[in-house]
Design a protein around this ligand. Structure first.
Ligand SMILES: [Zn+2]
Length: 313
């Protein structure tokens, strides 16, 4: 990562960081998060005033652009947030929690949680809609994340004397469009396809049992058991490249990903794939797109920690 990239003012000073984020999130000027007021808003500029502090004269309440975003429950200065977002957007395989920790000189817990909030910003919102549609092809394929032989068997595995089913990721990609991945049980493949693939699409997959009756207009498959990987344009090669980047990222960067958190990592890799350089999106633009996703998404460490008490962070 070139140092010069992070020398831009919004990565270096709080005032510039606020100006940058405000321009991105409030393109038409400030909006009061309490009451929606857009006109009667003042900027507070005292010596001891926090950067970016505004006051709404409609509801009399103070606010900043951080309110109602992933930045809200954080003490980390905004310009440092922007540095980390930029690096996560610019690194093809993501950045390690330890790297964040070193950069910010913060605790592992802070670094880990910061990464997860940025992943949340990268996740598509619920209004994204299904992939595909009439005349469009959607590839579906799975990636198995096998456990390393070095990892200890769980008590349950020792009892049954074998490895349990490996974690499985299902990815869908609309050719020429977006990718969407989820960590799921193979029994959930049907419902996932139903929710995320437009019914007028053409689906291509391998011949696994769970693709037998897909809820789509047409379906073609290749039979890996007969060493058939592609038949004309019936293949899942678009996903193969993505899987290899994800696996290398998972091995190299995120060495100890708990499967409970896998969906967030998938959202991060999907995001970079969907906003890749080949589509004309450079690192700066990608970070701007990620920034658009910070709104309306709050994740508190308490919640994450309660859901996943094993998280050492
Ligand atoms: Zn207000």
């Amino acid at each position: 990562m070139a140092k010069s990239v992070l020398s831009a003012p919004h990565f270096q000073t709080e005032a510039a960081a606020f100006a940058y984020v405000e321009a991105e999130l409030w393109p038409n000027g400030p909006v009061c998060p309490h009451c929606g007021e857009t006109a009667r808003i003042g900027q507070l500029n005292g010596q001891t005033t926090r950067a970016g502090l505004r006051k709404c004269y409609a509801c009399k309440k103070p606010f900043t652009v951080r309110m109602g975003t992933i930045f809200e429950d954080s003490h980390l200065p905004l310009h440092l947030w922007l540095q980390i977002i930029h690096l996560m957007c610019a690194s093809k395989k993501g950045i390690a929690t330890r790297q964040i920790q070193r950069m910010l000189k913060c605790s592992m817990k802070t670094a880990w949680f910061l990464g997860h909030r940025i992943r949340l910003a990268m996740a598509p919102d619920a209004s994204a809609g299904p992939l595909g549609g009439s005349g469009k092809t959607v590839e579906a394929d799975e990636m198995f994340l096998s456990k390393s032989f070095k990892t200890k068997k769980t008590a349950e595995e020792l009892a049954i004397g074998r490895r349990q089913a490996t974690p499985q990721v299902l990815s869908l990609v609309e050719r020429g469009g977006n990718i969407r991945s989820m960590f799921l049980d193979h029994r959930m493949v049907g419902p996932f396809l139903y929710e995320h693939v437009h019914k007028d699409s053409r689906l291509v997959s391998d011949s696994a049992q769970h693709y037998k009756f897909p809820p789509v207009a047409s379906h073609e498959s290749v039979d890996h058991s007969k060493f058939e990987w592609a038949r004309g344009d019936v293949h899942t090669n678009t996903l193969e490249g993505f899987f290899s980047i994800f696996k290398r990222g998972l091995i190299g960067i995120y060495q100890h990903v708990d499967k409970k958190h896998l969906d967030r990592y998938l959202a991060e890799f999907d995001f970079r794939q969907n906003n890749r350089a080949k589509l004309g999106i450079d690192d700066t633009k990608r970070a701007e797109i990620a920034l658009q996703g910070v709104r309306g998404k709050r994740l508190t460490y308490q919640t994450t920690h309660r859901e996943h008490p094993e998280a050492q962070a």
